[in-house]
Design a protein around this ligand. Structure first.
Ligand code: APR
Length: 312
């Protein structure tokens, strides 16, 4: 039986745990610093097993040693911005949490594949890569699956079609400058350009870019978690089933698309070894310009990281 550990038993972590267990993908361990929280959620989930038809064990713990020999580790631990806290404070705190989690992963689960979810995603993924010292193929960020699933949903809603029939990819950094690829979006094989006018497509692209923010505005405190948790679980599934799934994910680039030394959302093949390949798509000049802009925003984030980060 495979083993998956989820760091952080908050909203996103707990949702990921539920999907992983429900799919019978692996035994699951969920770690959190808050005493009792991961234990309570694990127990509560386990009680749904008879009704939902899963048999894998779900264990909650405050001890990182329990992630020992995990095949996949999903990193969702972090704090959300609180009143009076600026972005820099948030970044510093989450970088330190990522650092300690990555060191524990390197110690207890040295052969695992790490899926980073904590924000700011492309920066946290960088910290996880540096601190685990894993090969780049084994540290991947979850953003593109989520942003794409939102884009796909908005297209389906607009056309009143089955969401599963919509295919689309969103590349770039996980922020306002993300790049929904309209030229590759389709419904049942038909390009969306055949089904919608340009104005409608642009509106859906904008809504995708602001999809996370729309939810934050409703929630007031806290951010989205059902789709982020399900998207992380989707990536765990692709790894554990050895799918070589063609999905967008944040990968550490070494020259692909012309970028070096940053994590950026690109199309990858995700399978049992982690990222098996970064696919070099031929982008339109408009899309490439948008990706350049998005990469520049991530580079800014990395610069900020360098100013506060001392490797462990
Ligand atoms: N080790 C383990 N868990 C930790 C640590 C740590 N060092 N520090 C904090 N945590 C836990 C918190 O106790 C909390 O339970 O991380 C959890 C975070 O959960 P939430 O506050 O509910 O946040 P959530 O909505 O799950 O988002 C988590 O995912 O999508 C991103 O932007 C989001 O960065 C955020 C992350």
């Amino acid at each position: 039986m495979k083993k998956v550990s989820v760091i952080g038993a908050g909203n996103v972590g707990a949702t990921a745990v539920y999907h992983i267990a429900r799919l019978n993908l692996a035994e699951v361990v969920v770690v959190d610093v808050v005493e009792g929280l991961p234990q309570a959620k694990a127990m509560d989930f386990a009680h749904t097993a008879p009704g939902r038809g899963f048999g894998v064990s779900v264990k909650g713990t405050n001890d990182y040693a329990d992630i020992e020999a995990s095949d996949v580790v999903v990193m969702t631990a972090g704090i959300a911005r609180k009143p009076g806290m600026d972005r820099m404070d948030l970044l510093k705190t989450n970088v330190n949490i990522a650092k300690s989690a990555a060191q524990a992963i390197a110690k207890y689960a040295p052969d695992s594949i790490v899926i980073a979810v904590t924000n700011p995603l492309d920066v946290i993924a960088m910290v996880m890569l540096r601190e685990t010292k894993f090969p780049w193929q084994r540290v991947v960020g979850m953003a593109g699956v989520l942003d794409s699933t939102r884009f796909r949903y908005f297209i389906a809603e607009q056309l009143d079609v089955w969401p599963g029939d919509v295919e689309a990819m969103v590349l770039g950094g996980h922020g306002d400058s993300m790049v929904p690829l309209t030229s590759f979006a389709s419904v049942g094989g038909f390009p969306i350009q055949e089904l919608m006018d340009a104005e409608t497509i642009e509106r859906l692209v904008e809504r995708t870019r602001k999809g996370g923010g729309e939810i934050v505005n409703y929630l007031k405190s806290g951010s989205a978690y059902y789709a982020p948790g399900a998207s992380a679980a989707r990536m765990v599934e692709a790894v554990l089933r050895g799918e070589s799934a063609l999905i967008p994910a944040s990968a550490h680039l070494d020259g692909q698309y012309g970028y070096k030394n940053i994590f950026l959302g690109v199309p990858v093949r995700l399978g049992s070894g982690g990222i098996e390949e970064v696919l070099d798509l031929e982008l339109s000049s408009e899309e490439k310009a948008a990706l350049d802009k998005s990469a520049a925003a991530v580079e800014e984030g990395v610069k900020t990281l360098e100013s506060i980060y001392t490797p462990g």
